[in-house]
Design a protein around this ligand. Structure first.
Ligand code: GDP
Length: 329
């Protein structure tokens, strides 16, 4: 472990949050600002197009980031993964290659790469330990995206080996929160169900359609807790193997849908549409390493979903076709 580094990211360090994954990127910028970091780079106006190698090169030569949070390329729910497998895979591969290689060439002090829990084999033992990576087949609905995330993870390790760069990686649970994508088809489950349940309440519909059997289990982490964990890891963690970031428990999709009904105040029925895919049966992370290091989440699922719903009510304007103008894809 590089003890010389730990805790030494001073308030004037040049910190770049790189990623097309807006939900986490924005939360990380806010968290860093709250902590008093003054030199944040790559915010909206000056952010380079991450799939454009020349733009990234020009950006690095101008700004020379000292610390990088690489939060990933585009992401979407199970629907987006089925409709846009090539877009999601290519975007992530390009972003990872450009940013990781530039970080090495411009002597970035430390980079944290965020992978995804879908990088684990479909039938991993629960809770999932990092030793299970690459031990089995991936879930087909998100295989291209997962392969890109695995490539990013292994690229960081390869750079560590060949160039002795201080690149670390982490695997977060399913993230949700204010600023999420609420589109019906392409978003992740929390955004999709909040929106559908809200619409059902407002339109007086008798039921909400929930994809799949309701049996799959997911671990959900509130975006501000995830941003906090990323900062903690940047300051305190070093290692070749990735570290898991989770909250330590999971919920079935049915349980999640019930919590959302409660928060929205909807009393209709949940109808499970088994023509839609379930995806991985479960993906609870073993986050004991992070817990032992002293980090824990602060937000209960009810608080997190209530805050997300409040944000949705304030910010989201649906267009005439009922589409959310902030949809990612
Ligand atoms: P995943 O964790 O990569 O599978 O991504 P998602 O967040 O898209 O889906 C999680 C689980 O929620 C899957 O089992 C889906 O079938 C289920 N689910 C239920 N209703 C919905 C919905 O309306 N949208 C999405 N995206 N998933 C849903």
């Amino acid at each position: 472990m590089d003890l010389a580094f730990l805790g030494s990211m001073d308030r004037s360090a040049r910190i770049y949050v790189a990623g097309n994954y807006r939900l986490l990127r924005d939360a990380l910028f806010s968290r860093l600002e709250q902590e008093g970091y003054e030199n944040l780079i790559g915010r909206e106006a000056s952010a380079p197009q991450l799939t454009d190698g020349a733009a990234i090169e020009a950006f690095f030569s101008r700004t020379r980031p000292e610390y990088i949070f690489l939060v990933g390329g585009r992401s979407g729910g199970i629907g987006a993964n089925q409709k846009f497998p090539a877009d999601l895979m290519l975007d992530n591969l390009l972003v990872d290659c450009h940013v990781i290689d530039s970080a090495r060439r411009y002597d970035t002090k430390k980079l944290l790469y965020l992978a995804s829990s879908c990088a684990y084999p479909k039938l991993s033992d629960q809770p999932m330990r990092v030793e299970s990576l690459m031990t089995g087949k991936l879930e087909p609905t998100n295989e291209p995206y997962a392969v890109a995330k695995l490539a990013g993870l292994y690229l960081c390790q390869a750079y560590r080996r060949q160039f002795e760069t201080n690149f670390v990686s982490a695997i977060p649970a399913n993230v949700y929160g204010p600023g999420d994508d609420f589109s019906e088809e392409d978003s992740h489950v929390v955004g999709a169900l909040l929106r559908k349940t809200h619409e059902a309440k407002v339109l007086g519909q008798s039921h909400v359609s929930v994809w799949g059997s309701g049996l799959p289990r997911r671990e959900f982490i509130y975006v501000q807790d995830l941003a906090d964990a990323c900062l903690f890891i940047m300051k305190n963690f070093d290692g070749m193997a990735p570290i898991n970031i989770g909250v330590g428990r999971d919920w079935s999709i049915r349980e999640l849908a019930e919590i959302i009904k409660d928060v929205v105040g909807y009393s209709g029925e949940l109808r499970f549409d088994t023509t839609k895919p379930d995806g991985m049966p479960a993906k609870l992370l073993d986050s004991s390493e992070l817990r032992q290091m002293g980090w824990k989440p602060r937000t209960s699922i009810r608080e997190g979903i209530a805050a997300t719903y409040q944000w949705f009510l304030r910010e989201i304007k649906l267009d005439a076709e009922g589409r959310d103008d902030r949809a990612i894809l």
